[in-house]
Design a protein around this ligand. Structure first.
Ligand SMILES: [Cu+2]
Length: 300
């Protein structure tokens, strides 16, 4: 019946369908009885209300039957949930980092990506870390969802059963651009995955600096085309004079190499006037910082 995109689909959908069907039956039967009784026992036909002492058979029935139904819901839910917490030994591990307002993924060879790329039919454990506020990692197609709490790493695992591209959402309101905190999980054939994993970059000839800005989710707050997001746009930023607040004092600063690098590693030190001081500091190698700044310079 189920054409699952992950091994959890059948269990979760069974539990969901069971609860929906029981709820529908109850809704229809109870609504019908309620309307029927209104007519059948109206005052016109029954001027004197009869006094009922109790009915043991009925009371037992309406306790035992719902009790069994609720236990069956629990059983379906339990059967779907327990496999989600038991990660297979051979699972590969990917780290997912959530920050306002993007996900980024880190592989054990140091590779970083703004998409989660995984091989088909392979258990993948995703270790979840939030750096700033509450987020939630949600892949609807795989029936996988987990809150991400700063300082309290969590995990999900899944095994994708179909190649393709599926949505990843943040499912916990996390601020202004929460609704834009969207990325994809790409499920590839094993050989394609290996090629991606070992390759230094995807086939495209993206500049290194741009790739770094994407992988570190910079561009979810800083546009490259001049449009206004949460932070200043990168376009035309380099070489211009900006008003900033440093230690509560307003001053003017020229956006040179040193200023841009400092703004990545210590963003709170000089905050451009008119923007909220919400950016988290990034720890990146000097070579990465240089590449990012070199790319920003090209955005005239
Ligand atoms: Cu979020």
């Amino acid at each position: 019946m189920f054409n699952g995109t992950s091994t959890f689909v059948e269990g979760v959908d069974n539990a969901f369908l069971f609860i929906v069907v029981i709820s529908l039956i109850l809704l229809i039967v109870l609504t019908f009885l309620m309307v029927y009784f209104i007519f059948r026992y109206r005052k016109e036909r029954n001027p004197v209300a009869s006094q009922i002492e109790g009915n043991v058979t009925l009371e037992v029935l309406w306790t035992v039957i719902p009790g069994i139904l609720v236990l069956m819901m629990f059983w379906y839910g339990w059967k779907a949930y327990t496999p989600m917490r038991e990660v297979p030994e051979d699972a590969m591990v990917v780290k997912a980092v959530a920050r306002m307002w993007a996900f980024s993924f880190e592989y054990d060879n140091g590779k970083k990506s703004d998409k989660l790329v995984v091989p088909i039919n392979k258990p993948v454990k995703v270790v979840l870390e939030a750096t700033d506020v509450l987020h939630a990692f949600y892949i609807p197609a795989f029936r996988v969802k987990q809150d991400m709490v700063p300082g309290n790493p969590q995990y999900v695992w899944f095994s994708a059963s179909k190649t393709g591209s599926y949505d990843i959402f943040c499912a916990e309101y996390c601020g202004t651009l929460h609704s834009a905190m969207i990325t994809k999980v790409e499920v590839l054939e094993e050989t394609d995955y290996q090629a991606w994993y070992e390759g230094s970059a995807l086939a495209g000839d993206e500049p290194v600096g741009l790739k770094l800005l994407k992988d570190n989710a910079c561009i979810s707050c800083h546009s490259t085309d001049g449009s206004q997001l949460v932070g200043p746009t990168f376009k035309g930023l380099f070489g211009k004079t900006h008003k900033v607040v440093s230690n509560g004092v307003e001053k003017e600063i020229v956006a040179d190499d040193a200023y841009l690098m400092k703004s990545i590693t210590d963003p709170a030190s000089d905050v451009v006037v008119g923007f909220p001081a919400i950016m988290q500091p990034y720890q990146l190698p000097d070579s990465s910082l240089k590449s990012m700044v070199e790319f920003i310079k090209t955005l005239k």
